[in-house]
Design a protein around this ligand. Structure first.
Ligand SMILES: Cc1ncc(COP(=O)(O)O)c(C=O)c1O
Length: 386
């Protein structure tokens, strides 16, 4: 049987896949099972930070694999704490819990916020405000956090205690806080799955004011927009917000599963032994790869992201067939006149892999995509839009 036939028969039908089997690649070029080469503008949904089969990252992971691939959290192992130190230095947070995905990082953040508020205030302070159109994961609790009904139907009842503010209406936040006991507000600096939409400035201001006035924790979900993707280390750094908890995943691992929940001053010591756990959390090989990624997210690389971003916005804004371009850094949404799916297919036929976000075409290239490949990809995308 072919891969496609095996997949159809034995993999649960939760993914509508593109008709391509990817087998190998190098940097921003990937190849399919028929030997066709593509420029990769999706990086496995913001995961392959420095592209495919990146040699430095692969060497770091393989060196660790040759020593000790896993030990469990019953023992000390070197890479986890070293990575945690790097994350704290990059974010100003104080302690880190490692899981294996974005959803798990957010689950941990929600537990930390609830424990903090319930201990400090009273047990009814369990509510978490998230935003309409947000995306925070697929577990039943992070689905509840996700402010999009389309993901909820047929999976109810979800975890209770989630309320949704409208990012277009900052006053919706005050109304929710007035009527409910709120532990935390969780936000994405740029809503990724929601259509690559940066958080409006007036909502950010309202969120900061109310969080400070009411001792409500701010949780920045940096699963997609973190790790250099926006041109800063974390997306919130462009908003002038100091979160109490930062979650990240995706690009931190560079291609292997990891989730990190970073705890700031207020919540650094909220957990005690036994409060939370994960068999694979802080896996040494995954953390060795993430250390390599973190060590390369230098100011030069971030400046390169901003430079590439300018090129993309400059090239696509106002192009024929393009209605609007949104996003930050190398997290870009293109509203097209044609249906996004048609543009994605036309790009693929011409050797460029792009993805969608709701009704938009989404670009999430490697942070170090060579300029000539980026220019080639943009020319193809523009052709596909008309
Ligand atoms: C902002 C955000 N949070 C959380 C998640 C969930 O991450 P994961 O799929 O690793 O559980 C995603 C995934 O797309 C995301 O974009």
């Amino acid at each position: 049987m072919t891969t496609k036939q095996l997949d159809e028969q034995y993999i649960a039908h939760t993914y509508a896949r593109f008709p391509v089997e990817l087998v190998s690649g190098e940097g921003s070029l990937v190849r399919d099972s028929e030997g066709r080469e593509y420029i990769d503008m999706g990086t496995g949904i913001a995961v392959n930070t420095f592209g495919v089969a990146d040699k430095e990252w692969a060497a770091a992971v393989t060196a660790q694999l040759g020593q000790l691939q896993h030990a469990s959290n019953l023992y000390y192992t070197g890479p986890g704490p070293r990575l945690a130190q790097m994350l704290c230095q990059a974010s100003g947070m104080k302690k880190v819990f490692f899981g294996n995905s974005g959803a798990e990082a957010n689950e941990c953040a929600i537990k930390a916020a609830r424990k903090y508020a319930q201990t400090k205030k009273d047990p009814e302070y369990y509510n978490i405000i998230t935003l309409k159109n947000s995306f925070h994961g697929r577990t039943l609790t992070t689905l509840a956090a996700t402010g999009q009904d389309v993901f909820h139907t047929q999976f109810t009842p979800l975890t209770p205690g989630f309320l949704y503010a409208d990012p277009a209406d900052p006053e919706s936040l005050a109304a929710l806080v007035k009527d409910n006991k709120v532990a935390a507000i969780m936000f994405e600096a740029v809503q990724g799955e929601g259509g690559v939409l940066p958080l409006p400035g007036d909502f950010v201001q309202a969120m900061k004011d109310i969080a400070a006035a009411e001792d409500i924790l701010l949780i920045a979900d940096e699963v997609q927009c973190g790790n250099g993707r926006t041109g800063k280390m974390y997306g919130y750094m462009d908003l002038g917000v100091t979160p109490d908890i930062v979650t990240t995943a995706k690009g931190l691992g560079g291609g292997l599963p990891i989730g990190a929940c970073m705890l700031g001053d207020k919540v650094a010591d909220v957990f005690t032994y036994g409060d939370h756990g994960s068999t694979f959390g802080a896996n040494p090989a995954v953390c060795a790869g993430a250390i390599n990624i973190m060590s390369r997210l230098t100011e030069d690389v971030l400046a390169g992201v901003r430079e590439r971003s300018k090129l993309v916005f400059g090239s696509l804004t106002g192009a024929p067939g393009v209605k609007s371009v949104t996003g930050m850094g190398l997290m870009i949404g293109i509203e097209t006149e044609k249906p996004a799916a048609d543009v994605v297919a036309a790009c693929r036929d011409r050797g460029v892999l792009v993805i969608t976000a709701k009704s938009k075409v989404r670009l999430l290239p490697a942070l170090n995509i060579p300029m000539d490949l980026l220019e080639k990809a943009l020319a193809v995308i523009k052709e596909a839009c008309v």
